[in-house]
Ligand binder design. Structure first.
Ligand code: GLA
Length: 381
């Protein structure tokens, strides 16, 4: 357990005024759909980024990152990106956007850290952004609506840090609910919490492979989705995003679509369908069907969207052979990172042992495995 207040006292020499924390996330289904106005079903996990801090009398922010054993300092009047302390850019970005929106911040001493694995596809960056915004909200008693915070956190990542992500990660980190998944329509941001049964566990397998290609390939997919929409629209179909496309439309538009764009679009179209069905069967308690949809999602990400990897495929195949496993798939952007597995509670312990051993045997790699509990987001009511 991270004793953030203790660390603060040691590093700063006084007690923090406030603490704030935001969880990482795992996505159960609905992958690469968020930036296509589609549907997602993530859950916040019980791993957090925690902030502690207190006001200063000036406009300087002094921030210490426990996980990097590093410190940075900046002025709220000159908020720029800092390549030498890249970890501080999430806080800088969030602070800058709050100021731009007219929220006058004060200087602060801040310490932050946590146990969300980094570069593992579990949204540690979104957790830092949401925790930072929540920290300012609490420290300065700002009236900030959760959806405002979510959009601001995403904007910080897109425009300040420069990573073109969708809205899923910030959304779930802010508005996750304990023992629930969150069904989100990324077009109008209407959402609903869906209860998870305690007979199953969400088990996350970390391939240990950092997502080296994730950002550049993510940008390629984003562009391909836009191109596919333009080509489909050029056939006279009224579509604004792949969210508006049906499988039959892909047939109609086929002559206008090149092979790669067809496959990319097919993933998004079928993934939206799977996510809608997954929410329905989860609400009905049909976890077997839910698991089948997870496997189908993985295959589509592997074959049509081409964002999986040998390690992720190996983890999914290993999972499939274990007793008590309902479904498994890669989760997050892909190209490394994690798989998510739905495992009967009483089979979870054996699953962890067997998959770890099997992964080591198959690829000689040490995978970390986390049995997670869906948890409250930073701004959960
Ligand atoms: C990353 C992005 C999200 C989403 C997923 C893929 O996690 O940050 O917005 O696009 O990839 O589903």
């Amino acid at each position: 357990m991270l004793m953030i207040a203790e660390h603060f006292r040691k590093l700063v020499g006084s007690s923090p005024e406030v603490g704030a924390r935001a969880p990482g996330r795992v996505n159960l289904i609905g992958e690469h759909t968020d930036y296509n106005d589609g549907f997602v079903l993530p859950a916040a996990i019980d791993r957090y980024i925690e902030f502690a801090g207190r006001r200063r009398a000036d406009r300087r922010v002094r921030v210490y990152a426990l996980d990097f054993q590093d410190q940075a300092e900046f002025s709220l009047d000159a908020l720029e990106k800092d390549a030498a302390h890249a970890w501080s850019n999430y806080l800088r970005g969030v602070s800058k956007l709050l100021e731009v929106d007219g929220h006058r911040l004060t200087g602060a001493d801040i310490v932050f850290g946590g146990d969300v694995p980094r570069e593992a596809g579990l949204s540690s960056s979104a957790a830092v952004e949401v925790a930072a915004a929540t920290f300012w909200k609490k420290l300065l008693k700002l009236e900030l609506d959760p959806v405002y915070v979510i959009k601001l956190a995403r904007k910080a990542e897109n425009e300040f840090v420069g990573v073109p992500c969708g809205i899923m990660d910030q959304f779930i980190s802010a508005l996750g609910r304990q023992d629930h998944a969150l069904f989100l329509d990324c077009r109008d941001l209407v959402y609903r919490h869906v209860p998870l049964r305690d007979t199953v566990k969400i088990v996350v397998c970390n391939s240990g492979v950092k997502r080296a290609l994730a950002q550049s390939e993510y940008e390629v997919r984003l562009k391909q989705c836009r191109q596919a929409v333009a080509q489909i629209a050029s056939t006279g179909l009224a579509v604004k995003s792949l969210r508006d496309v049906e499988l039959a439309d892909l047939e109609t538009a086929r002559p206008a679509l090149n092979e790669i764009l067809l496959r990319r679009a097919r993933h998004i179209v079928t993934e939206n369908q799977r996510t809608l069905e997954a929410v329905k069967v989860l609400s009905e308690g049909d976890l077997e069907r839910f698991g089948e949809l997870m496997y189908a999602s993985h295959e589509s990400l592997r074959d049509d969207y081409e964002v999986s990897s040998k390690e992720l495929d190996t983890l999914v195949e290993l999972a499939r052979k274990q007793p008590g496993v309902l479904g498994a798939r890669m989760t997050g952007a892909g190209f490394g990172g994690c798989t998510v597995n739905l495992v009967l509670a009483d089979a979870a312990e054996a699953f962890v042992k067997n998959v770890r051993r099997g992964y080591q045997g198959a690829l000689g790699l040490e995978g970390e495995i986390y049995v997670c509990r869906a948890s409250d987001g930073a701004l959960a009511a």
